[in-house]
Write a protein that binds this ligand. Structure first.
Ligand code: CTP
Length: 426
């Protein structure tokens, strides 16, 4: 289906005027150079759904790098980055970023391989894409501005609310599309169309050919969704989740905890780290290490996961209602905040939750007034004794046995008296 749908008014309505102005101008500049420019992919899908999407992907039949340089010259603020080996470029100015690609035809040597690329038409370029709903374009040439290009039935599938691949080798070409398909299905409340679902099941094992980095990227995209538990649940149902890691589960527990996480962090959404630590909450230390190395998690995420499981190991000791604040502090000090939040959400025991909450909101900020220097001035020798007395003062503060500087000084004097080294008799 070609050209009957005009997206010009949707573009004007849904995109900020700065971006609308930019793409209009970009279409004109391309035309002056004898090139054709198109808006493609997710933004077109979302415009058709009446939604805004500010990640603009442009495809040019011609040369993306030349065009990006021309466009960069029109705006002093614009930063142009080019990747000649991929024939892509991006433009960044103020809050905006636009990706520009040379239209290409792709072929894959074997499953999991990166594609071999040659220049192609917009039709070729749309043909290599994952799903029909992501394979539409809007023409930006001045005389056809806004005309929809839909060679593969994207509009029909949007109306039928289905996720459909363009050809039967789509998941073989790129198995990450299995995770992408599930993500779109759940985000949009669509259904993966039956033939596509068969192909997805047939090709699930190909996820083993995908590098940990690419799997992590897809997992992060899932965890960035408004309700990631939906995609995780569906991935579990389809037997895809174990391909991310054998021990991950997308069950009711996770759903409930993700909802709790959103309540806790509102109005912001929980970070990927918090969601991931909840996913990994029940793993053994060994499983966590496998997950970290398989997905090549960056250090901060790795620390969150390790800490979260380490705190879980101590969690029973926090269920005692009579436990002293200084002991709560000792149990929880030194762990990453996200790991503590994970345990706060994951624990079902009220007393435990109160204690973690108390640590997070109050205890972790409690410090003695006296410093190491003050203690030395009061006669405590530098070395381990300073550390010991500082902790004694902090514990007294935490347990409210010391509330003033004078209380602390008195404790130091008492300590000195009881730790006075007896004079040596030679
Ligand atoms: N694409 C693809 N196969 C992939 C990744 C991307 O065919 N494995 C194509 C799709 O046409 C997609 C476009 O590249 O629409 C842009 O990819 P991306 O930015 O990841 O997706 P969006 O569609 O913009 O989706 P999202 O709403 O998740 O950002």
């Amino acid at each position: 289906m070609m050209g009957n749908i005009d997206l010009a008014s949707k573009i004007a309505e849904k995109l900020p005027s700065e971006l609308t102005h930019f793409i209009h101008l970009a279409g004109e500049v391309a035309e002056q150079q004898g090139q054709h420019l198109y808006l493609v992919g997710g933004v077109v899908r979302d415009l058709m759904l009446g939604q805004a999407n500010l990640d603009l992907d442009l495809v040019v039949e011609g040369n993306a790098i030349d065009l990006a340089r021309q466009l960069g010259k029109l705006n002093d603020q614009c930063q142009v980055t080019t990747h000649p080996q991929f024939q892509t470029a991006n433009l960044q100015w103020s809050r905006w970023r636009v990706d520009l690609t040379t239209a290409r035809a792709e072929s894959y040597a074997h499953p999991g391989a990166l594609p071999t690329v040659q220049p192609g038409s917009i039709k070729d370029d749309l043909c290599r894409r994952d799903f029909t709903i992501n394979a539409m374009a809007a023409d930006l040439s001045p005389d056809r501005y806004g005309a929809l290009l839909d060679y593969y039935g994207g509009v029909k599938d949007l109306q039928a609310k289905v996720i459909r691949v363009l050809h039967e080798k789509s998941f073989t070409d790129d198995a990450t599309r299995i995770l992408r398909g599930i993500r779109y299905e759940q985000r949009l409340s669509f259904r993966i169309e039956p033939d596509t679902l068969e192909l997805l099941k047939r090709d699930t094992s190909l996820l083993d050919t995908i590098s940990g980095d690419r799997i992590r990227h897809e997992l992060e995209l899932i965890l960035d969704e408004a309700c990631p538990e939906k995609a995780l649940g569906r991935a579990a149902e389809l037997g895809v989740l174990p391909k991310i890691h054998l021990s991950l589960k997308g069950n009711d527990w996770l759903k409930q905890k993700f909802e709790q996480a959103r309540r806790l962090t509102a109005p912001n959404l929980p970070s990927v780290g918090l969601y991931l630590a909840l996913c990994a909450y029940h793993l053994t230390g060994e499983e966590v290490e496998q997950l970290i190395s398989h997905l090549r998690l960056p250090k901060t995420l790795a620390v969150t996961l390790r800490d979260s499981v380490a705190v879980r190991g101590k969690i029973k000791t926090l269920a005692d209602a009579k436990i002293k604040p200084s002991l709560i502090y000792r149990r929880l000090d030194g762990y990453s905040l996200l790991a503590l939040m994970t345990n706060l959400i994951a624990s079902d025991d009220n007393t435990t939750r109160q204690h973690i909450q108390q640590f997070l909101s109050k205890l972790r900020h409690v410090k003695p007034v006296l410093t190491g220097n003050d203690l030395q001035a009061m006669g405590i020798a530098s070395g381990p004794a300073i550390k010991e007395v500082l902790w004694l003062l902090q514990a007294a503060r935490l347990d409210r046995q010391a509330t003033t500087k004078r209380d602390e000084e008195q404790l130091v004097k008492d300590w000195l008296t009881s730790n006075q080294t007896p004079p040596s008799h030679s």
